[in-house]
Every structure is written in structure tokens, then in C-alpha cells.
Design a protein around this ligand. Structure first.
Ligand SMILES: *[C@@H]1O[C@H](CO)[C@@H](O)[C@H](O)[C@H]1NC(C)=O
Ligand SMILES: *[C@@H]1O[C@H](CO)[C@@H](O)[C@H](O)[C@H]1NC(C)=O
Ligand SMILES: *[C@@H]1O[C@H](CO)[C@@H](O)[C@H](O)[C@H]1NC(C)=O
Length: 347
């Protein structure tokens, strides 16, 4: 039974449109285009929309064209995926690729590219698994965190999470020093028992999610259990009607996912006031064009629109598919990942 307040058809139209053409303000985000594709595909997957074969095939080919393959001339190169063909380089279905010294993989693009391929039910047969895990090993820092790109200037919890999600989906952890990653997570726990992007930084909903989901993916359930009581209390303190990501801020659509999923990972999903959270999310929908805004007064954007639906999914909202809080993918897609359909499960 769909709620009359839920604008399902408008959301379907909004995300299908996003997949084809985005408004001008997104131009500056072209290097992250793979994540926009993931938000749109992930949302349509949550809405239970199926893709026809031609559409699926053309997106799959576009994704593989963004794969950074090993360069015989540059053995140090970090492999994975780029966000879009902005360098003018590509990989072709016949295995031919063009190379450029500054064309490197970005860990978030690798993470979202593999998620997109799974949503489209690709068997991952063309993903260069060993090259990707060798690249992850080069991105891990001495403190256990990950940088997003080769020789990158930043490294934090977000990229540590991406490394864990990639390793989990590829079923190969050889690129991650797990003990060192777990130490980084413990060191990033703040005095109020939320997690920051790194040691001595302010607790934040997004980094707390990344920390807890990484522990779950690394099967460090004992460590996760140690955090349950205190971190659950911190997460619950961030619910007014919906959720906000830091103390004393205003509720924001995306934290219905970040904090909601954190509570589910802490086995405390039942402590969420789902009624209040759903009421909040109904008010951030855009009644004219579909999608969700950050606040009631903001225009919809693709990130908050995906996160709004993901928040509803965690609340078992009718008409939205159930999802895995740790992987950010629907249960149906996670089941596909675990099946014989994925190439290396058959080997
Ligand atoms: C791959 O690239 C090489 C060198 O540019 C070219 O000679 C060859 O024809 C290409 N292969 C295919 C199948 O296009
Ligand atoms: C949950 O939220 C609703 C709506 O805001 C409120 O009426 C209700 O009292 C809350 N339930 C609990 C257990 O706090
Ligand atoms: C969930 O999806 C959004 C989209 O990528 C992203 O910002 C976030 O890092 C993802 N986290 C999870 C849970 O996968």
C-alpha cells in the first residue's frame, strides 16, 4: 500500500531524467559523474524500476569505458575507474585502452562503478580485479586511512569506507591492511562516541556511518559490538523529526540515511522514531518535479534525492525496496552479488 503523500511516479521521472541530462549546476561535478549515475541507478533500483536491455547495455559499456587498465609503460599506476571521459581517454570492449600520465583512478568512482554494474546485473567479468586491489594497497596510508587517488593530498574515513566496500564486492581483501584500518577507525572515535573523518576531528553523521559500515564489511563484529551502547546514544541524540549530522544543526534529508543506517548497523534500528522520520521526509519531497531537497525549502538535488529514498527504505516504507545498510545497495542487488552470476563465483 503506497502512502498518498509519497510521489513515486514523480520520483521515477526525476531519476530517469537525471540519467539522461543534468541541469547546468552539475557541470562542475563532471569528474564525479560516476557517482551521479550511481545515485540515479540506485534510486531507480530502490523504486523497483527495471531497465530494458538496450538501456542497460549502453550504460554498462559507458562504465567499462571509464576503467583505468594497467599501463605496460607505467607499472606504478593505480587502476580502478575514473568518473567520466574528461581526459579524452577510454578503454574499449576489445581491451584496447588509451593512456595519459595524469589519468588515474579515483577510489569513490571505483566504488560507485562496481555498484552500478551490479545494479545493472553485469557479471563483472571485465572488472580487472587484481589490478584494482593492487591499486588499493598503494592508496592505504601508514595511519590506516586511504587516499582517493595516487599521490593525493587528503586521506580520511570516506575513502577507507570505499576501499572496504570495493574489497567486499570483489571478494578480495589483499589490498587492505585490516588491522591498520581498524586502528584508524578506533583512533577517530571522539569523546562523545561519534566518529570524525580522522583522529581529533568533530563527530559527524557521514563519517560515523563510514566507520561502522567499514567494521561491518571487514567482519569486525566484536569491535562493532563494543561501540553499541555509547554510539547508539550519540546517534539517537541527532533525531528531532528527521536527523541531522552534527549537534545543534537542523534536520537534513541525507542523515535519515547516514544516521539511520548507522543505527541499523548497531542493531538499534528499532529505536528510530520511523513515524517522525517518514513525516519529515514527506515534507522534503518536491511536489512539482519529484526528488528530495536537503531541507523543506531547498530544490531537489540528486544526492539528497537518493538519500531520501534510502532513508525511507530503512524505515520499511511501502513501495521502496529493502536495502543493505552497509553496502548502500538493495537486498535484491546484494543477492545478485552473492550468486553464481558473478564471474569469479563460477571459477
Ligand atoms: C588496438 O590498437 C592497436 C594499436 O593502436 C591497433 O593496431 C588494433 O587494430 C586495435 N585493435 C582493435 C581490435 O581495434
Ligand atoms: C514519534 O514521533 C511522533 C511524530 O512526531 C510522535 O507523535 C511520537 O510521540 C513519537 N514517538 C515516540 C516514542 O517518541
Ligand atoms: C551511499 O551512497 C551515497 C552515494 O554514494 C554515498 O555518498 C555514500 O558514500 C554511500 N555510502 C554508502 C553507504 O554506500
Amino acid at each position: 500500500m503506497d502512502s498518498p503523500d509519497f510521489l513515486r511516479e514523480k520520483h521515477v521521472r526525476y531519476f530517469k531524467q537525471c540519467l539522461k541530462l543534468l541541469p547546468r549546476p552539475y557541470t562542475g561535478g563532471d569528474t564525479n559523474r560516476m557517482t551521479f549515475v550511481y545515485f540515479a541507478l540506485g534510486a531507480l533500483d530502490l523504486l523497483g524500476v527495471e531497465f530494458d536491455k538496450d538501456e542497460r547495455d549502453s550504460i554498462v559499456e559507458w562504465i567499462y569505458a571509464q576503467q583505468i587498465l594497467p599501463d605496460p609503460q607505467d607499472r606504478g599506476r593505480v587502476c580502478g575507474f575514473r568518473g567520466a571521459p574528461f581526459m579524452g581517454t577510454h578503454s574499449r570492449a576489445d581491451g584496447n585502452a588509451t593512456f595519459h600520465p595524469y589519468d588515474g583512478a579515483h577510489i569513490t568512482m571505483t566504488y560507485t562503478a562496481i555498484q552500478c554494474l551490479l545494479i545493472l546485473r553485469d557479471d563483472l567479468s571485465r572488472v580487472d580485479r587484481s589490478a584494482i586491489t593492487a591499486g588499493l594497497a598503494k592508496l592505504q596510508q601508514p595511519d590506516g586511512s586511504f587516499a582517493p587517488i595516487q599521490d593525493g593530498m587528503e586521506s580520511d574515513m570516506r575513502f577507507l569506507y570505499c576501499a572496504c566496500a570495493v574489497s567486499y564486492m570483489l571478494n578480495d581483501w589483499s589490498g587492505v591492511d585490516i588491522d591498520s584500518a581498524v586502528r584508524y577507525i578506533s583512533d577517530s572515535r571522539s569523546y562523545d562516541f561519534g566518529f570524525g573523518q580522522g583522529p581529533h576531528l568533530e563527530s559527524h553523521g557521514g563519517s560515523t556511518y563510514c566507520a561502522l559500515a567499514s567494521l561491518w564489511l571487514m567482519c569486525r563484529h566484536d569491535t562493532l559490538r563494543e561501540y553499541v551502547a555509547a554510539t547508539t546514544k550519540w546517534c539517537l541524540s541527532l533525531q528531532d523529526q528527521g536527523f541531522h549530522g552534527r549537534q545543534y544543526k537542523q534536520d537534513d534529508t541525507c542523515y535519515s540515511f547516514w544516521i539511520g543506517a548507522s543505527l541499523h548497523l548497531l542493531s538499534a534500528g528499532h529505536l528510530i522514531n520511523d513515524t517522525a522520520n517518514i513525516q519529515f521526509l514527506m515534507t522534503t519531497q518536491n511536489k512539482m518535479i519529484g526528488g528530495f531537497g536537503k531541507y523543506q525549502t531547498s530544490l531537489p538535488d540528486i544526492l539528497h534525492s537518493y538519500m531520501g529514498l534510502a532513508g525511507l527504505s530503512l524505515g520499511e516504507f511501502p513501495g521502496v525496496q529493502s536495502m543493505s545498510p552497509a553496502l548502500n545497495l538493495t537486498d535484491a542487488t546484494v543477492k545478485f552479488l552473492a550468486s553464481e552470476a558473478v564471474t569469479w563465483k563460477r571459477q
